[in-house]
Design a protein around this ligand. Structure first.
Ligand SMILES: Nc1ncnc2c1ncn2[C@@H]1O[C@H](COP(=O)(O)OP(=O)(O)OP(=O)(O)O)[C@@H](O)[C@H]1O
Length: 254
């Protein structure tokens, strides 16, 4: 089953009265169910723009986008949010700072559903949230009643990931979600990410600048340059790739 399809997806902006700047250049991309795709590319290659157009934050200038065969090119970001979850690089995004961890999780769990009496729901979900956060392995389970704004960056990103996956999205977009964390915390979050993707059989696109993660995780790798997809490696091709190949490839394209 195809989860996401982009046809001739192009995005340009006016860079002065007569100059157009192309951010995405006729992208054709087809993503199958359970694909876990790592997205690489230098600064300014168009990776975040790709995510912005998929999630509806930025409308396409031309071309079409389909999610599970349904055209969403003109669909608002809010409406696409019922299919797509995104985790950003900045730990401050994605969680409500004054709400507690449990309240944030409840908000994510009940998104798009009818609201019920919150206090009772919080109590009902206490044990589920405890188990869920305990799996993360960074002490988040001891902070269920702590405001998200008081968490460490690593705990807050783990919370964002749990919130993004609590309802099993059709497509998960990870936008350098470990980049702001120290190496140990980043490694742990990557392990949890991979675990949730595999347990929930999620379809995922993950932007990363960490070559090791791009090699280690996922079944497909795409590389972007100047708004184009310049490489698209399947599982076999990706498995054969070494760090040396990847570094050499980047030397050549930059
Ligand atoms: N709203 C916008 N208006 C004008 N130019 C933009 C806009 N958003 C992005 N750009 C430009 O588009 C290009 C691609 O940016 P994008 O953020 O998609 O790159 P990226 O691959 O995610 O880079 P990085 O690795 O630095 O995050 C850059 O040159 C950027 O300056």
């Amino acid at each position: 089953m195809t989860v996401l399809e982009m046809h001739n997806a192009t995005k340009w902006v006016n860079n002065g009265p007569k100059e157009k700047k192309t951010l995405l250049d006729h992208i054709d991309l087809s993503i199958q169910e359970n694909d876990f795709i790592t997205v690489l590319g230098g600064n300014g290659a168009g990776k975040s723009t790709l995510f912005n157009t998929i999630s509806g934050t930025m409308p396409l200038s031309s071309g079409k986008i389909f999610i599970k065969n349904q055209e969403v090119t003109q669909t608002s970001e809010e409406n696409r949010a019922s299919f797509i979850s995104r985790v950003f690089q900045d730990p401050k995004m994605g969680t409500a700072p004054r709400m507690t961890v449990a309240e944030n999780l409840l908000l994510a769990k009940s998104r798009g559903k009818k609201r019920r009496f919150r206090l009772r729901q919080l109590k009902q979900n206490q044990e589920t949230f405890y188990q869920l956060t305990k799996e993360v392995g960074n002490g988040l389970e001891n902070h269920l009643n702590t405001p998200a704004g008081d968490l460490s960056g690593g705990q807050r990103q783990a919370l964002s990931l749990l919130m993004a996956t609590i309802q099993t999205p059709q497509l998960l977009l990870l936008d350098e979600h470990t980049a702001a964390l120290d190496p140990k915390t980043s490694k742990l979050l990557m392990q949890i990410t991979a675990q949730r993707i595999s347990e929930q059989q999620l379809t995922c696109l993950m932007i990363t600048h960490r070559m090791e993660d791009a090699l280690q995780y996922g079944n497909r790798m795409i590389v972007m340059k100047k708004g184009e997809i310049v490489q698209d490696l399947n599982a076999q091709e990706k498995a054969k790739l070494t760090m040396t190949d990847l570094l050499q490839f980047f030397e050549e394209i930059n």
